[in-house]
Design a protein around this ligand. Structure first.
Ligand code: SIN
Length: 324
């Protein structure tokens, strides 16, 4: 018999660990109600894929996660992967802010061993709950030799997505996540990747404490919205701004002065798009206003990248760090 790889499950809550009063209730439930061991017990056959070790890191609805949770997760992932007998990590996570955690973990991941995030769109008590299959697939991905050196992966439904550029794109569908163009890197059942692992940037250092991660605000720019939101954000202490702008990150004329003023004051302003897919590419505004294009990351993930760069003294390299 071949030796099964050891995979560590870090459970953090979410709908995958959610419980409702009735099997037909898929919205009125408590996220993060079931333990890591209960999640594992619901998946027959997992023991044939890997030797599993489970830890309950938190048990939260992911809307309540933030910098302290990202840092705790990243530290735990690092120390678990440092154990030579551990082949990979699976993290169960709420889907609502999974993209932020995935971005943080990916930017700071120093190991080639696989780290796979998964979640569910239906609580564990629902008819046809999707969590057990998602967990099974995530463990298969983490245990697969071809998953090495790919950075953090997200496994949900039948898709394997690269962390950079992943976003929750639907509030109800089981295949809730979208990837940036080219960001769907493989599929499960069985695990198969579409291309060899890409070259990866050097990992960013982990900040010593969550307090070092500065406030960075995301501002959604609707047609005709006044720029006061930007001025107020900077005045009240934001150290970086991500604008979710129309189209290819187009800065409205009424916002130009406020943007240029923020940049001149040392507050980086990144042009992301509210369109939901596609890459924001360099534009004349970047030279004129000092803005940075977000590439194909969602505004939520760009915010995390900016926080990390500022916290680790890499703010001057932001343009390079944001490049895909
Ligand atoms: C959460 O993000 O914790 C709740 C929603 C979900 O997991 O789908």
């Amino acid at each position: 018999m071949t030796r099964r790889p050891t995979i560590v499950l870090l459970a953090t809550g979410g709908t995958i660990a959610g419980a409702a009063a009735s099997a037909t209730d898929t919205t009125g439930y408590t996220a993060g109600a079931l333990s890591a061991d209960t999640l594992l017990a619901a998946v027959p056959g997992l023991g044939d894929v890997a030797h599993l070790r489970a830890e309950q890191l938190f048990n939260l609805d992911s809307r309540d996660m933030g910098p302290a949770h990202w840092l705790a997760m990243a530290r735990r992932v690092r120390s678990v992967l440092d154990e030579s007998r551990v082949a990979g990590v699976v993290i169960t996570h709420g889907t609502d802010t999974l993209e932020e955690s995935a971005c943080f973990l990916d930017a700071t991941l120093a190991s080639h061993k696989p780290v796979v995030l998964t979640g569910a769109m239906r609580p564990a008590t629902a008819l046809s709950a999707d969590g057990p299959m998602n967990l099974y697939n995530a463990v298969c991905v983490a245990a697969h030799p071809d998953s090495a050196a790919r950075g953090v992966l997200v496994s949900l439904g039948a898709s394997i997505l690269a962390a950079a550029g992943v976003r929750k794109g639907h509030i109800g569908r089981l295949e809730a996540f979208c990837a940036s163009d080219g960001g769907c890197v493989g599929q499960t059942g069985p695990v198969r990747f579409f291309a060899p692992p890409p070259a990866r940037p050097a990992p960013l250092a982990l900040p010593d404490s969550a307090a070092q991660l500065p406030r960075v605000d995301v501002l959604y720019v609707g047609a005709g919205c006044p720029p006061e939101a930007l001025e107020q954000a900077v005045a009240s202490g934001a150290r970086g701004i991500v604008l979710a702008l129309p189209g290819n990150g187009s800065v409205p004329a009424a916002w130009r002065d406020a943007v240029a003023h923020a940049v001149a004051g040392g507050v980086p302003v990144v042009r992301a798009s509210r369109a939901g897919a596609g890459a924001v590419t360099p534009a004349a505004d970047d030279a004129e206003l000092g803005t940075l294009p977000a590439g194909d990351r969602p505004a939520s993930a760009v915010r995390v990248a900016v926080m990390l760069a500022l916290a680790t003294g890499r703010g001057a390299e932001l343009a390079r760090l944001l490049r895909p």
